[in-house]
Ligand binder design. Sequence first.
Ligand SMILES: C[S@@+](CC[C@H](N)C(=O)[O-])C[C@H]1O[C@@H](n2cnc3c(N)ncnc32)[C@H](O)[C@@H]1O
Length: 233
Amino acid sequence: MNRHEEIKNAYKNLGGDATFYDGMITCSTLLGKAVCKLVWNMDKRKNDHYLELALSGIPNDFSGKMLEVPVGTGVLSMPVYETMPGADIICLDYSPNMMERAKRQAEKRGLRNVRFMQGDVGKLPFEDESFDLVLSLNGFHAFPDKDAAYSEIFRVLKSGGIFCGCFYVKGENKRTDVLVDKIYTPKGYFTPPYETAGSLRERLNAMYRKAEVKTVEGMAAFRCRKGKENAEG
Ligand SMILES: C[S@@+](CC[C@H](N)C(=O)[O-])C[C@H]1O[C@@H](n2cnc3c(N)ncnc32)[C@H](O)[C@@H]1O
């Protein structure tokens, strides 16, 4: 079985147990809070903080074309999309099981501007320069081919477009690093090699402009813009 399929199977189970996954990623259920504390040394306030930093890359009143990859269960982004009726949003994920829940969330919230696609971030089925913004929450620590993911996202972004999101970086919290190495990686939830905050900063600065990277424990939130220094923003 290749790494893509291993990851899909790992997330198949998590997608099926969406309540557990959603509680953990939002640090809101009892079990979710315990995982946040144990693995990430985060309480609800810290967890909300890194997510706010990641989502703050989306401008107020954004009304352009946007790609979210990977959408997962949509627990983090569907509430935000409810406040963005003018945006044209495509959500993509490799795992249909994770995305099933996101689709239900979108239907429940009556989101008419959100579409879903199963696919691989390493081979995005879009033309060059298709999107004004790409959001990637908790994806890059999972993607099997990170170079392909970085280059595909860059390719589909318009000049002046925003790339923002968050993911795990090593070197910020020792316990997180050990648990990622001993549990998350063998289980297929995460795939090495992992960035450090410094390597991420360097990488984004080499590809984009105005790259900002902030960490909350082992999570890095980032935003940057594609294009020339004199472009707007
Ligand atoms: C930790 S979840 C994050 C989901 C969501 N953004 C969140 O924060 O809750 C990682 C997701 O990455 C997806 N994924 C892994 N490899 C992928 C790939 N090559 N292309 C697209 N999605 C992928 C998995 O299916 C899973 O849903």
